[in-house]
Design a protein around this ligand. Structure first.
Ligand SMILES: [Ca+2]
Length: 143
């Protein structure tokens, strides 16, 4: 009988919570694996990537409008921001901007030094050298 109570206690307070944690962690991992292609139309992504194939032809505002991000809801835009912030620092830094296009299409080119700098200048309103969530949201909404 004592053993039975112990067993029930174990199931209720140890095994079940562990199962829940495991399930929550699986969901979290699936969310973290989410790709930008889950939010945007493949045809829009293709158009946006093709429009800036030539070096130094990239414009963040044109890109955000073409790819359809400007029309998305704030929570969706935030999800995209979190994908672009690859090291999860809360900011999109220079190196992440340089490889920006590859989040949309793996084979896409890196931005040139001039494009990366212009992108940063367009988004970085407080001048800290990186783009935070509010700055990103403002840039997308101005597109
Ligand atoms: Ca970052």
């Amino acid at each position: 009988m004592v053993f039975d109570i112990k067993q029930r206690f174990c199931v209720k307070f140890v095994l079940l919570p562990l199962q829940r944690i495991h399930r929550a962690s699986a969901i979290l991992q699936a969310l973290l694996r989410m790709a930008i292609t889950d939010f945007l139309a493949a045809s829009d992504i293709l158009s946006a990537i093709n429009a800036c194939k030539a070096k130094d032809s990239f414009s963040p505002k044109t890109f955000f409008a073409t790819v359809g991000l400007s029309k998305r809801s704030p929570p969706e835009i935030e999800k995209v921001f979190k994908i672009l912030d690859q090291d999860k620092s809360g900011f999109i830094e220079h190196d992440e901007l340089q490889l920006f296009l590859q989040n949309f299409s793996k084979g896409a080119r890196a931005l040139t030094a001039a494009e990366t700098k212009a992108f940063l200048v367009a988004g970085d309103m407080d001048g800290d050298g990186k783009i935070g969530w509010e700055e990103f949201s403002a840039l997308v909404n101005a597109s």
